[in-house]
Ligand binder design. Structure first.
Ligand code: UDX
Length: 442
């Protein structure tokens, strides 16, 4: 099929390359000429394992190309995906819809032959119905320009795998104008469907809500275990053992019960806020009041680590030398959007500490957000002569550090394991004071 993907960020670029891998002919569209130039050269402008290889393969084969020209995409493709961002509005909880709206306002007037638009971006419920009507109104082909909503569930770090082998496909259809949307989506995803991937069709509102509910549930699960971690901290209980024990119940499951610094990134934090804001607009804000507490528990984890750091360096952070290992919001990503790791590094720095940050992939992005932080060349250099080490992102490189060797480099062998990811015994055996979150210090 001939496909266009509007937006070439973490979602759009991966989706474009994934569609090419499935055998489609794909054109990626973005308003940023520098990004398009790099992608067209076969370079991925961010870190995502496996994506550079996939992108180069299909740029070289000619099955995938990039442009800033929406008219070229409208001319070329029969199916248009929307994969632009819906960030949090400045100073508000609601999602900023201007990028999605701009795609529709640009693309729809260019549709002179039948086309299907499939929205992937995470949007407030009600958006798709509004956009479907706008497309019909603006497109020269009128009703033959159709819109469906096809939420995306990919995780950064596993984006290629999640795109090529999704665990489910969800498609929202405008029930009043069903048209060809389902037939076209089934053709696009024929490969996954042939492998018995669940393919769920529903109405537009449900499809939009599936996505925000999934992220709200994941955020709630993480904050649940972090709230329990707070109780563990004052009772001497161990939240990791507790999570293992409750996780054996298949109704609960062990995934997303990792207590620690909490969730960050470009999705979970802003999605729960936008969900609350939308519920408020719809007059059902009470239904989602609990998400405010999910957000509060999450943000308290960061305060807690800063407090622990102050305690461990003798009460005052001023002048304390602290290594923060990790800046990305999670491992296998260079994304620092709402990163708990970078947030605590910044807070410690503002409190007067001499903070040295190291991350295997996110240094450039971190430096853009916090140019005044000290960035070290390696984990070992970051830790030289420090009073405290904080592991803030669970990169395998940090999990595999040799605590014995590292002890010789620091002034005080104290580690806060902000992700409960280190082999505790190895660190304590090597003579470290080990502080996990929701676990007793040893
Ligand atoms: C998330 C959803 O998982 C994905 O389905 C959706 O499409 C986009 O949002 P992503 O933002 O890539 O994906 O990250 P995810 O793996 O969900 O992690 C989110 C945050 O939660 C990270 O900061 C991670 O460190 C944290 N987390 C995750 C925990 O603190 N504990 C856990 O047990 C799991």
């Amino acid at each position: 099929m001939r496909i266009s993907v509007f937006g070439t960020g973490y979602l759009g670029a991966t989706h474009a390359a994934g569609m090419a891998e499935l055998g489609h002919e794909v054109i990626g569209v973005d308003i940023d000429p520098a990004k398009i130039e790099r992608l067209q050269r076969g370079e991925v402008p961010f870190f995502e394992p496996g994506l550079p290889e996939l992108l180069r393969k299909h740029v070289d084969s000619g099955r995938l190309r990039f442009t800033t020209d929406a008219a070229e995409a409208a001319e070329f493709a029969d199916v248009h995906f929307i994969g632009v961002g819906t960030p949090q509005k400045k100073g508000e909880n609601a999602a900023d819809m201007r990028f999605v709206d701009a795609v529709i306002d640009t693309l729809a007037p260019l549709l002179t032959r039948p086309a299907v638009i499939l929205g992937k971006s995470t949007v407030p419920v009600g958006t798709a119905a509004r956009l479907a009507a706008r497309v019909r109104e603006l497109a020269p082909v009128g009703e033959q320009a159709e819109l469906g909503w096809n939420p995306e569930f990919l995780r950064e770090g596993f984006a290629v795998e999640d795109t090529l082998r999704p665990d489910r496909l969800v498609l929202g259809i405008d029930k009043a104008h069903p048209g060809r949307v389902e037939e076209v989506a089934r053709e696009v995803y024929a490969d996954a469907i042939s492998r018995d991937t669940p393919f769920l069709t529903t109405d537009l509102a449900t499809a939009e809500l599936v996505k925000v509910s999934a992220n709200a549930f994941l955020a709630t699960k993480i904050s649940f275990i972090n709230a329990v971690a707070e109780v563990c901290e004052v009772t001497g209980a161990d939240v990791a053992d507790l999570a293992d024990a409750i996780g054996h119940d298949v109704r609960i499951g062990r995934k997303f019960l990792g207590a620690g610094l909490g969730f960050g990134g470009g999705c979970l934090p802003k999605d729960i806020r936008a969900f609350m804001a939308r519920a408020g607009e719809l007059g059902v804000d009470q239904a989602l009041t609990f998400l405010r507490e999910v957000d509060n528990v999450n943000m308290r984890r960061r305060d807690h680590v800063v407090d622990l750091a102050a305690r461990e360096v003798g009460g005052s952070l001023k002048g304390a030398r602290i290594a923060v290992l990790g800046a990305a919001f999670k491992p296998n990503s260079d994304d620092v959007r709402d990163s708990p790791a970078l947030d605590i590094a910044g807070r410690l720095h503002l409190a007067g500490s001499d903070v040295r940050v190291f991350d295997p992939e996110a240094m450039k992005n971190a430096e853009q957000v916090w140019p005044t932080l000290n960035f070290a060349e390696s984990a070992l250099t970051a830790c030289l002569d420090v009073d405290l080490v904080i592991v803030a992102t669970e990169w395998s490189e940090f999990r595999e550090l040799d605590p014995m060797a590292l002890k010789g480099r620091v002034t005080c062998p104290v580690v806060i394991d902000g992700r409960n990811c280190l082999p505790t015994e190895q660190w304590t055996d090597a003579g470290w004071r080990y502080i996990g979150l929701g676990r007793h210090a040893s």
